[in-house]
Design a protein around this ligand. Structure first.
Ligand code: HEC
Ligand code: HEC
Ligand code: HEC
Ligand code: HEC
Length: 415
């Protein structure tokens, strides 16, 4: 039997809901809920696959963003998240002045979920996520890059991250009770669950320290994905004691009993979900009438974001970034966005030949097309053949993209 909602609410962020909505959900839940997923439990992964997956994790340089069980971190010059964290914590070797200048400009990849305790995840989910990542944590600025990854590679990496056989699936509890507990236990003070009628956000029974709450809110996944992501046994165990499942989990233990966790897990895995709402892709505004200079475009776009992945390695510390040298499994594009000359000399195509980033694709200069494609990806509509830029980061505001478009139309001069 399936859980059925009599009235399915609109997609409303949990924090916008009225507190009294909790107890008066106009929902009808069948008394007995079968929460057994239809796919059979996953067997242990083959040793050969696990080994191959570990080699691929090196090839795709996953450790530049993630701490990974059994994988060494890279040198600091290659460690995107590690270096950002060091700078923000103030223990990077530099002058006070440099540090505070950088700290004011650093926003992303300060925190990335570690890949430890990944045996809690469904191997099938990991394999489907890697080549076509979607946003899991609504309040985290960065998302997983959209890789260029064949399914076979994703399956091997999933085997490495989730080598074990799935434990026996537990009997889950009462979904309607679980829904009420999500509110009463304070779960929604950090989490959202999109696709179900809003669940009100009450505080946790024990008040949380401000830093625990802030970090938790930033890192908390949208609970709609939990049924696909988590193995059912780990899901229940996680709700009781997150650190027993993942030692560095950023969710605190909240005094939930095993039986309550089984109720919550029943709701998380069986509540009927509205489909993910596709976002609107904003229109590029009309080009500006006023003159636009390269300096302005550099300040707003290339110097602020792009050059961190697209630089000439001879002039920066470390490498030229994945958009220059290749990296994260991409081929070398040698696109330097840190200087006017670099921008003008373009990038390498799939055959290693230079091409202009101003040549039109789909009616827009290539470089503008890649920026617009990021808006489409975030709206859930990835563009075939044009990877959104900046890779895995929030889209550039339309008002800045139109600066670039205008500068190009005005003859893209250096001065
Ligand atoms: C540029 C940084 C970056 C790189 C490189 C990267 N990731 Fe991620 N990854 C992230 C971020 C950020 C998240 C969190 C995204 C979210 O929650 O929406 C994430 C999430 C994940 C998750 C989900 C884990 C969880 O707890 O939600 C898995 C699994 C994962 N990455 C695996 C990989 C693998 C395997 C690679 C290499 C093929 C890789 N990542 C490379 C940034 C990166
Ligand atoms: C050696 C330290 C170091 C490493 C390694 C490093 N960064 Fe940064 N990153 C910085 C500093 C410092 C800034 C701020 C500099 C500024 O804008 O003046 C920055 C800024 C950024 C920005 C723009 C601001 C923001 O937070 O969005 C992005 C994007 C970025 N880095 C991405 C990356 C990626 C991706 C990697 C790995 C491929 C990486 N960085 C590796 C030090 C580092
Ligand atoms: C202080 C904020 C906070 C509170 C309160 C909180 N969580 Fe979490 N929760 C998190 C964070 C952060 C993560 C991700 C942890 C990580 O990856 O290390 C998480 C992860 C989860 C996951 C795994 C989801 C997934 O897709 O990986 C579940 C399930 C979950 N929480 C359920 C609950 C329940 C049920 C409650 C209430 C009893 C609750 N949470 C309360 C912050 C919170
Ligand atoms: C996190 C790293 C990262 C950031 C930040 C980033 N890029 Fe990229 N960029 C890449 C990678 C990797 C590729 C190669 C992708 C591929 O081969 O499909 C690429 C490719 C491109 C290409 C296509 C080149 C070609 O000929 O195929 C353009 C154009 C581009 N980036 C522009 C930008 C602009 C503009 C920004 C800033 C708004 C930016 N990128 C920010 C990593 C990044």
């Amino acid at each position: 039997m399936k859980t059925r909602w009599a009235i399915v609410g609109l997609l409303v962020a949990a924090c916008e809901s009225e507190p009294q909505a909790v107890l008066s959900t106009e929902a009808v839940v069948d008394a007995e809920v079968s929460t057994t997923p239809t796919a059979p439990p996953e067997p242990a992964a083959e040793a050969g696959q696990v080994e191959h997956g570990q080699a691929l994790v090196s090839k795709y340089q996953c450790n530049r963003c993630h701490d990974i069980d059994g994988v060494e971190p890279p040198e600091l010059d290659y460690d995107c998240a590690g270096c950002h964290q060091k700078i923000l914590a103030g223990d990077f070797e530099a002058t006070e002045e440099e540090l505070s200048h950088w700290q004011g400009r650093l926003h992303s990849l300060d925190e990335v979920p570690s890949l430890s305790g990944t045996d809690r995840l469904s191997r099938a989910w990991v394999a489907s996520f890697l080549p076509a990542a979607h946003d899991v944590r609504p309040n985290l600025l960065a998302s997983m890059p959209r890789f260029d990854m064949p399914d076979a590679d994703a399956e091997a990496i999933a085997a490495f991250l989730v080598p074990s056989a799935e434990p026996e699936r537990p009997t889950l509890g009462d979904a309607q009770r679980g829904r009420a507990l999500l509110s009463e236990k304070g779960c929604m003070s950090c989490h959202r669950m999109t696709g179900v009628p809003a669940i009100s956000a009450l505080p946790t029974e024990e008040p949380l320290a401000a830093d625990v709450l802030a970090r938790g809110q930033k890192m908390a996944p949208d609970l709609r994905w939990a049924r696909d992501r988590m193995r059912p046994a780990s899901l229940v165990q996680w709700i009781v004691d997150p650190k027993a499942v993942k030692a560095d989990a950023s969710m605190p233990e909240l005094g939930v009993t095993e039986a309550e966790a089984a109720d919550i897990a029943a709701y998380l895995t069986s509540a009927e979900l509205e489909p993910v709402a596709l976002g609107e892709v904003p229109e590029l505004p009309a080009s500006l009438e006023r003159p636009v200079t390269y300096a302005e475009v550099y300040d707003r776009i290339f110097g602020k974001i792009c050059r961190h992945c697209h630089s000439d390695p001879d002039v920066v510390i470390g490498d030229g970034g994945p958009g220059y040298d290749g990296g994260f499994g991409f081929t070398k594009r040698a696109l330097d966005l840190s200087t006017y000359e670099g921008l003008r000399s373009g990038s390498l195509d799939d055959d290693g030949k230079r091409r202009s980033v101003f040549k039109e694709v789909g009616g827009k200069p290539r470089i503008v097309a890649h920026l617009l494609a990021r808006h489409s990806e975030v709206a859930g509509r990835p563009v075939e053949g044009v990877r959104g830029m900046p890779l895995g980061l929030p889209p550039i505001p339309m008002d800045d993209i139109v600066l670039l478009q205008t500068w190009i139309e005005q003859g893209r001069k250096k001065q």
